[in-house]
Write a protein that binds this ligand. Structure first.
Ligand SMILES: [Zn+2]
Length: 361
């Protein structure tokens, strides 16, 4: 009965997405400037048309309605059963070391796009989700998580701030941000539009930025940088809240790509703010290609983005956690390894970490 309810919920979501496709690709017109653009990093502020944010690429368009409908409904085998997946092997984190560390730059992949970063004695999380199922109604419907979070929520060290890339359910999980707010009262650093979403839930310790704007937190400079993606949690709010990537600059330089297709913005960010010491880049959910390419990079594109950013180390994220994509769950790291070999890159600099492993950078 529950499974059936869930499937009906999923079917509803699919129909909602397909219906929403009819409003995709509005006509290109002269974008209106936002009231408070403040370019601090040589990066253009996001523009919006008819209250919807636009990507930088003037040629950008989502896959056609036909491709989305065919892929989601005719090819939607996930409507009638869960696909073959297996939990990734995880490593028990060294919790005392994470709690006592006040100087060593470290990174710990917790799963999906959730990364715990320690830099200059400051602890922050990217797109935190401890959800067992990613979707609306508190996760009652949505995609199942098959690799559990590598760190128990109660084992987290103090969290000083949280970066959110965009409002999709697998990146902005309501129960998780509520839990973080009550446990640590961290500063939420978010793209335009998400501050109000948080405030509506009683979370007021938040600052929202447009692309090219920055804020100082505990000595670190946090810069909102572009991404090529979209946003929306319902039919009514498609494109209303901005999507972004983030640069965090201290004694070392960290970059978090959020969700994004491949575009020139990586080169622009690398020129404006690089070289980076470490870049966390998504390597999963790139299939079916016709549908995903505008908004999700392939593993090969992620490695190109890493080069564009002028980053020393690569960390692959956004794979092996939720049943989001059609590619086999273990394909992204295999394709990364093949591309590293083909391009004769130094594999020591390309990290595919087990969830829970803490690495210095
Ligand atoms: Zn997304």
């Amino acid at each position: 009965m529950v499974a059936r309810t869930v499937r009906h919920g999923v079917l509803f979501l699919v129909l909602a997405v397909v219906v929403s496709a009819t409003e995709a690709s509005p006509p290109q017109s002269v974008p209106a400037a936002l009231p408070t653009p403040s370019v601090v990093a040589g990066l253009p502020p996001a523009q919006r048309v008819s209250n919807k944010f636009r990507n930088l690429d003037p040629e950008y368009h989502r896959a056609s309605l036909w491709i989305r409908a065919r892929s989601l409904i005719i090819g939607g085998t996930w409507l009638v059963g869960e696909r073959r997946v297996a939990a990734l092997p995880t490593v028990a984190p060294d919790v005392p070391a994470l709690h006592h560390n006040s100087s060593r730059p470290t990174v710990t992949w917790i799963g999906h796009s959730t990364v715990l970063v320690q830099l200059d004695g400051v602890n922050f999380l990217t797109d935190p989700t401890w959800a067992g199922r990613s979707g609306p109604f508190g996760g009652f419907v949505g995609v199942r998580r098959y690799t559990p979070p590598a760190i128990a929520f109660d084992d987290l060290p103090r969290i000083d701030f949280v970066l959110i890339s965009h409002d999709h359910y697998d990146h902005l999980d309501e129960p998780t941000v509520r839990h973080l707010a009550s446990q640590f009262n961290p500063r939420f650093v978010v793209p335009l539009g998400i501050k109000k979403w948080l405030a509506d839930r009683g979370i007021t310790n938040a600052v929202e930025l447009n692309w090219g704007e920055s804020v100082k937190i505990k000595g670190l400079t946090v810069v909102c940088t572009p991404a090529q993606h979209g946003s929306g949690r319902t039919l009514a709010d498609q494109g209303r809240r901005l999507w972004a990537s983030w640069a965090v600059l201290g004694s070392k330089r960290f970059y978090f790509a959020g969700d994004t297709g491949y575009y020139r913005h990586f080169k622009d960010i690398g020129e404006a703010l690089g070289p980076f010491d470490l870049a966390a880049l998504p390597i999963g959910s790139y299939t079916p290609r016709a549908l995903a390419k505008p908004v999700h990079m392939s593993p090969e594109e992620a490695l190109q983005a890493w080069t564009d950013l002028r980053a020393a180390k690569f960390l692959g994220i956004h794979w092996g956690t939720f049943e989001l994509a059609r590619e086999p769950y273990d394909e992204p790291p295999r394709r990364i390894a093949e591309e590293v070999g083909r391009l004769h890159l130094d594999s020591d600099n390309v990290w595919i970490l087990k969830p829970g492993v803490t690495t210095a950078w």
